[in-house]
Design a protein around this ligand. Structure first.
Ligand SMILES: Cc1ncc(COP(=O)(O)OP(=O)(O)O)c(N)n1
Ligand SMILES: Cc1ncsc1CCOP(=O)(O)O
Ligand SMILES: [Mg+2]
Length: 211
């Protein structure tokens, strides 16, 4: 699986654009993964939106992940679900998920990353890597030293999330991230497609330099 550029849709940050418009524009710019994240939609509206995004990503080969809701992810035929440390535990989600279904986990330390790996996560996301204004309860950033320590401890794909943008993405890749997940650096930009393309190019350049 390729997780280089992982874009999270957010209608509060998306300047009036819908989840589906944001997903379509991000995929056009080369996003490898789209995550639908919405804390306000009803289950039914979240499902309708998820089905629409699944259709967009299916056409392009991008992965589609639903935040928080394993039931919605399964019902929509998404590729996976993202679960945080207060969400459904990974080991329980794994029991309900079909073979090949992706379960991503937020982690905050080496210890929580190792636990997520042992419980069956497919990727871990250091959350937040830097401070962010896009998630109210995110807390302070764990920084590049924790990112590098998680890299050394866990053999899963490692995503950095929180405060990542064109100016710092290269150092995040150099510290050991396999990919970056972003909201504002893509979804908050006037031209979502161009912002995604620019970040993806920077990730590719940074990877060529460090690997
Ligand atoms: C890729 C990715 N990483 C981390 C998160 C945060 O998940 P969580 O801690 O459960 O917080 P919420 O996003 O649910 O508010 C994420 N969504 N995606
Ligand atoms: C959903 C989430 N989880 C941890 S940080 C974050 C928000 C990331 O947004 P941004 O890329 O704008 O900092
Ligand atoms: Mg969550």
């Amino acid at each position: 699986m390729v997780y280089d550029l992982y874009v999270i849709t957010d209608e509060k940050i998306g300047n009036g654009r819908s989840h589906t418009e944001l997903a379509r524009q991000a995929v056009a710019g080369g996003a490898d993964v789209i995550q639908l994240r919405d804390k306000n939609l009803s289950g039914r509206d979240l499902l309708d939106t998820a089905v629409a995004i699944r259709d967009i990503t299916q056409d392009t080969g991008a992965l589609f992940i639903v935040n928080d809701r394993l039931d919605v992810a399964l019902a929509a035929g998404a590729d996976g679900v993202h679960l945080g440390e207060s969400d459904l535990p990974i080991r329980y989600a794994r029991r309900l998920a079909p073979p090949g279904f992706i379960i991503g986990a937020s982690v905050s330390s080496v210890a929580t990353a190792v636990r997520a790996w042992e419980e069956g996560a497919d990727y871990v996301a250091l959350s937040p890597t830097f401070a962010t204004g896009s998630k109210d309860d995110a807390g302070p950033g764990h920084g590049l030293s924790t990112l590098a320590a998680v890299r050394a401890a866990v053999p899963l794909p490692l995503i950095a999330i929180g405060g990542i943008n064109a100016g710092n993405v290269a150092e995040v890749i150099a510290a050991g991230a396999d990919g970056v997940a972003v909201i504002s650096a893509v979804v908050g930009e006037d031209d979502v497609t161009a912002a995604a393309r620019d970040l993806r190019d920077r990730i590719a350049t940074a990877k060529a330099r460090v690997r």
